[in-house]
Design a protein around this ligand. Structure first.
Ligand SMILES: O=C(O)c1cc(=O)[nH]c(=O)n1[C@@H]1O[C@H](COP(=O)(O)O)[C@@H](O)[C@H]1O
Length: 275
């Protein structure tokens, strides 16, 4: 099954649009991990196991592992998720993008080394820079469109003229270009931040039913109701609503796993109320 087939099945079977972000920060781990030499793996595994029933996807963020020299923990975590929770896709958040010959290696890294089902990517270098990812038809390519951060508009909102003479913000041009020209294998997903409900609506109007990865609920304060109302597809799906810190660090006590499960479950219920 392809990434998108898996995702759609999971949306349905788990009745969930929630993605659990795995962004390990050892300084925020519960004290029981203080003397654990494999704390990064053990903590993330416990969170994944506790939240799986509420999740349509997991999204480990590669810098959080690489900065700690914990790439091996990341690889083992993805193996664990595939074995213990088959059918839940893993999106590797790496925001890759480089000249084609280098991008080939990033595609091998994400899909063959780490065995991710999808990877986040930056479209700024143009289509050839993402071609090695797009060519992997069974994998998802999750492309930045209108990011969640405060400075998203610095470049993404600049008005550009396309070859048809249309003037509009760059993020809308990115959305249409990907939908029309880069999605030949039907494996593209767009990243649109939860912190920008109006832009979510605009992008949904441009790209039809293409799925969105929507980070920015929880710690970044995005409004779940506005996200769902503005960006769901006609069948009440189309969204991978991702939360990391608000789930991972819901409790710093021994009940961290139960608290994470409760946070993921509450997010699922809030989303489902509006779809
Ligand atoms: O691609 C992403 O996942 C991403 C895109 C974006 O626009 N904003 C954004 O926050 N992210 C990632 O989503 C996660 C958000 O974490 P929380 O704010 O803790 O839920 C981080 O790992 C970010 O790197």
């Amino acid at each position: 099954m392809t990434f998108l087939q898996n995702l759609r099945r999971r949306w349905h079977d788990a009745d969930s649009l929630v993605c659990v972000g795995l962004d390990p920060e050892p300084s925020r781990f519960p004290s029981k991990f203080a003397n654990d030499p494999d704390a990064v793996f053990d903590f993330c595994r416990d969170i994944a196991d506790a939240t799986a029933e509420h999740a349509c996807a997991f999204k480990p963020q590669i810098a959080h592992f690489a900065a700690l020299g914990a790439e091996d923990a990341l690889a083992r975590l993805i193996v664990h998720i595939h074995a213990a929770h088959p059918g839940i896709p893993v999106i590797l958040d790496a925001k890759r993008g480089d000249i084609g010959s280098t991008a080939q290696h990033y595609a091998v890294e994400a899909f063959d080394r780490y065995r991710a089902d999808a990877v986040t990517a930056n479209p700024y270098l143009g289509r050839d820079s993402l071609q090695p990812f797009l060519d992997r038809a069974d994998k998802g390519v999750v492309i930045l469109c209108r990011t969640s951060n405060p400075g998203a508009g610095d470049l993404q909102d600049l008005i550009v003229s396309d070859s048809g003479g249309n003037n509009r913000p760059l993020y809308q041009h990115v959305a249409e270009t990907i939908a029309r020209e880069w999605n030949g294998n039907g494996n593209c997903v767009l990243v649109v931040g939860a912190t920008w409900p109006e832009q979510l609506k605009q992008v949904r109007g441009i790209v039809g039913d293409m799925p969105f990865l929507v980070p920015g609920v929880g710690a970044q304060g995005g409004d779940v109701e506005a996200v769902v109302r503005n960006a769901k597809t006609a069948d009440g799906t189309g969204l991978i609503v991702s939360s990391s810190r608000a789930v991972l660090y819901a409790s710093s006590g021994d009940d961290y796993a139960e608290a994470a499960a409760a946070a993921a479950s509450a997010l699922r219920e809030t989303i489902n109320r509006y779809r």
